[in-house]
Design a protein around this ligand. Sequence first.
Ligand code: 13P
Length: 252
Amino acid sequence: MKKMPIVAGNWKMNKLPSEVISFVDEVTKLVLDIRSVSVIFAPPFTGLFEMNVKPPFYAAAQNCHWEESGAFTGEISIPMIKDCGVDYVIVGHSERRHVFGETDEWINNKVRGLLSYGLNPILCIGETIDERKSGETALVLKDQLEKGFDSIDNIRDCIIAYEPVWAIGTGVTATIEQVQIAHTVIREIIGKNYGIGNDVHILYGGSVNSDNAKDLIQTKGVDGFLIGGASLDANSFASVIRTVEEVQENRK
Ligand code: 13P
């Protein structure tokens, strides 16, 4: 793997603003010596203002609105996020798609908006269990990718996170074979459509933890992780970061 792997923690709706600094300090101290992994913390919006990290640590938002400003009660715009010193924004997470009814069109608006502000979208895609059972996984991934990246010529600044919906927060991880097949499908699609398949990070997300991280990161096509539950505990998150660091160092 030539690219530096990424380990991102999606805190979802967890942790108070007053807990952010001590938690991030705890994690960064545990992995202070890492040199081969980029680490992204994605707190809720209320925690972003507290974030003050330097590479290889970065901050991400979990969502955004694509309009610059205006009458959109409850929404947060991209310039507001950027003003907090954020580099990455998660877009199209399955909870946004399935719980809040986000459409591919909105997701595409967000991706385009973020790129226009020089921020890096982390586009989440993934099939439901019914779609997998009916053999539609590849079609769903293609559809979500093409709609999410509609009218975008260059996806070099985008990250893709493959998160099978049935593996999120369930403790059920996709098998190595399932992950490898899905990542190959995604890489083929972006290679064909944008000609840069190998340059784009494809992260795996779905019940990643310190026990399964080693096998998953060694899976062909996996460039890192987007982690929910295990990113909320400093020791668990640091342990995954360290595992990825060790595997990456051994590749050199
Ligand atoms: P879990 O790691 O809790 O399964 O969540 C994955 C996820 O949704 C990350 O965005």
